[in-house]
Design a protein around this ligand. Structure first.
Ligand code: PEP
Ligand code: MN
Length: 285
């Protein structure tokens, strides 16, 4: 793929390590482990997420402000009203925050409040959005399109990089297929191929691949074993009350247990888990 001048690996050991914020990085030995709900719903929900996840090796928090929903009548996210919750969550947890932007307008609203800007699956080939993100200096989590090839994903990354922002993190989140047992099919072959072809960090999102909570721990361990640089996983204080993607949400203790179970596999492939943040209880009052 000659056109992927910037994303393509220059030599066998060419690996980019991207600084997220403070001592949080992705692409080095330490994994990037992102956890949190599909959508930000209220302050109590996010405080509980920060409190529980800070006892684990999770080192970044997710939560959607702007939600790309299949139906226009479904909850679309709190939008700009959720920014104070993002700020409070960042403050009490001390962890970077990840959220999706779907347009230039969203980017203008949320840029200063987010540490990683996510491009969702449905927008992987929204080239004007990619170009706008390329003009920022924030790390971009670029999710593979629902039915996109690996080459299309790499060229989408190239759009961002060609504008000057080389901090692109690729994400395999499952692709559409005919089987109804899972929401999508997790393509771990793509992780191996992406790591062979590009120098960019590669994350795996087992939540949107599976669409069901019960197999997320197995998929997560498989992803780390096959070379992923980290994971992004959905969890909610009360999964059945989640306003979106309830069936794939883990409870917060389930996510902590899953993360703990990655330790042996991470070591076996030469990686390590981040140290827990452990925020003092009084900060979450
Ligand atoms: C999400 O992360 O909540 C999301 C909508 O993901 P995707 O774009 O992969 O469907
Ligand atoms: Mn979701």
């Amino acid at each position: 793929m000659l056109e992927a001048k910037l994303a393509r690996k220059k030599h066998a050991n060419d690996r980019s390590s991207i600084v997220i914020s403070g001592d949080c990085r992705v692409g080095g030995k330490e994994l990037l482990l992102i956890g949190g709900p599909c959508a930000i719903e209220d302050m109590d929900q996010m405080k509980e997420v920060a409190r529980v996840l800070s006892t684990s090796s999770i080192n970044a928090i997710r939560g959607g402000l702007f939600k790309p929903r299949t139906s226009p009548y479904a909850f679309q996210g709190l939008g700009a009203d959720g920014l104070t919750i993002v700020e409070e969550t960042r403050k009490i947890s001390g962890m970077p925050f990840v959220s999706e932007v779907m347009s230039k307008e969203h980017l203008d609203i949320a840029l200063d409040h987010l540490d990683i800007l996510q491009v969702g699956s449905r927008n992987m080939q929204n080239f004007e959005l990619l170009k706008a993100l390329g003009k920022t200096d924030k790390p971009i989590l670029l999710k593979r399109g629902l039915s996109s090839t690996i080459e299309e994903l790499i060229l989408a990354a190239e759009y961002i990089m060609a504008e000057g922002n080389e901090k692109v993190i690729l994400c395999e989140r499952g692709i559409r297929s005919y089987d109804q047992s899972t929401r999508n099919v997790l393509d771990l072959g793509a992780v191996a191929v992406l790591k062979q072809m590009t120098h960019l960090p590669v994350l795996v999102d087992p939540s949107h691949a599976a669409g069901r909570a019960d197999i997320i721990p197995d998929l997560s361990r498989a992803a780390i074993a096959c070379g992923a640089d980290g994971l992004i996983i959905e969890a909610h204080p009360v999964p059945e009350r989640s306003v979106s993607d309830a069936k794939q949400a883990l409870t917060l203790p389930e996510l902590c247990e899953l993360i703990h179970s990655l330790d042996g596999i991470a070591r076996a492939v030469g990686r390590s888990l981040p140290a827990p943040k452990r925020i003092p209880a009084r900060k979450v009052a």
